[in-house]
Design a protein around this ligand. Structure first.
Ligand SMILES: Cc1cc2nc3c(=O)[nH]c(=O)nc-3n(C[C@H](O)[C@H](O)[C@H](O)COP(=O)(O)OP(=O)(O)OC[C@H]3O[C@@H](n4cnc5c(N)ncnc54)[C@H](O)[C@@H]3O)c2cc1C
Length: 309
């Protein structure tokens, strides 16, 4: 195995300057949250360097770094991406943090409210930020409520949060242990943590949490990490990640069947197909008279592709 070439001095200086400009910079998220990069090991080149160990020198002539990274991303050859690591410090409301820590492949150290006073900050919702329950997705949000309707909700949120904080502080003044006094603090209370993760698992987190199905609050964190930190530090990986993961579309066997039937009929019925023709071509397992989430998802994909109008 030959040793990798050292980076040219100016490229290495540019990289160090970029890293230093990002380290400890607090990118605000929500009303009082943030993400900041503490440290980063690796760059696009580290991914390439690791991949070349498995592909050997021969590959070097035919594939430049960009092509190699794109190949890795397309074919889920993921371990080279584990060679880079990022460490963040984040400030996140506890309900959002509860979703965040479901990602088990990170190392975490969180602020202790047994040891220290709970952070005196709770995520607040402006008049125009209240979202209605989604009509077609039990987990999601729909439209924003009018500001006039949100005003009352924001007022009661403020009252609840200041009452909860007061009760917490009264308990502490009465000598109650911090570990017990905290029990009625709202989930909106901010927590802080160090969060270290390799690039492969970070991209997995970002793909899930930047997605429209993720809750808006955690989406804001994921977008900030992705766009403000990962993109500048790993531009080639980021580009491939968007092309082959975030902005890609997965077609199921059933979706392919629908497309094949629509294309087969296109001579008589034309494309883009009408909704009626889409229903004629749907998978037989989707019961025509019953609601099918899978059919809805297929229709959405085909509409995006311009195959159904
Ligand atoms: C939109 C959305 C809605 C969700 N809704 C719910 C919900 O209603 N209820 C709920 O409880 N959760 C919910 N989750 C959480 C979800 O089920 C996952 O727990 C979370 O997204 C972490 O994903 P992960 O396990 O792939 O990630 P990580 O924990 O980061 O793991 C990465 C990968 O490592 C592997 N891995 C890690 N640990 C193990 C293990 N112990 N065994 C085997 N393989 C492992 C898996 O391949 C995994 O994909 C939701 C997530 C999203 C994005």
């Amino acid at each position: 195995m030959s040793m990798p070439e050292a980076a040219a001095p100016s490229a290495s200086a540019d990289r160090s300057a970029l890293l230093e400009s990002l380290r400890w910079k607090k990118f605000p998220v929500l009303d009082d949250g943030f993400v900041a990069l503490v440290d980063c090991m690796g760059e696009d080149g580290s991914v390439v360097q690791a991949a070349r160990v498995s592909y050997g020198e021969g590959t070097r002539k035919v594939s430049d770094d960009r092509q190699l990274i794109r190949y890795l991303m397309r074919h889920a050859h993921t371990t080279p991406l584990e060679m880079a690591e990022l460490k963040f410090v984040v400030r996140v409301p506890m309900d959002c943090w509860r979703q965040w820590i479901r990602h088990r492949t990170a190392s975490i150290n969180e602020y202790s409210t047994r040891y220290s006073l709970a952070i005196d900050s709770m995520q607040s919702t402006h008049d125009d930020e209240w979202r209605a329950q989604a009509a077609n997705n039990r987990q999601g949000s729909g439209d924003f409520l009018p500001k006039s309707a949100g005003h009352k909700l924001t007022q009661s949120e403020m009252e609840l949060q200041s009452f909860a904080r007061r009760v917490y502080e009264e308990r502490l003044e009465a000598g109650i242990a911090r570990e017990q006094a905290r029990k009625d603090l709202p989930l909106a209370t901010y927590t802080e943590a160090y969060w270290k993760i390799d690039l492969h698992n970070l991209l997995h987190f970002l793909a899930l949490r930047m997605d429209v199905h993720a809750q808006l609050e955690i989406r804001r964190y994921a977008e900030t990490i992705g766009q403000q930190i990962v993109q500048p530090l790993f531009p080639l990986v980021w580009e491939a990640f968007l092309d082959y993961r975030v902005d890609a579309m997965r077609l199921t066997k059933l979706d392919k069947g629908v497309i094949q039937r629509l294309v087969a009929q296109s001579g008589q019925k034309g494309l883009p197909a009408s909704q009626e023709h889409f229903l004629e071509a749907q998978d037989p397992s989707w019961k025509p008279l019953e609601r099918s989430r899978e059919r809805d998802e297929c229709l959405q994909k085909l509409t995006t592709l311009g195959l159904v109008k």
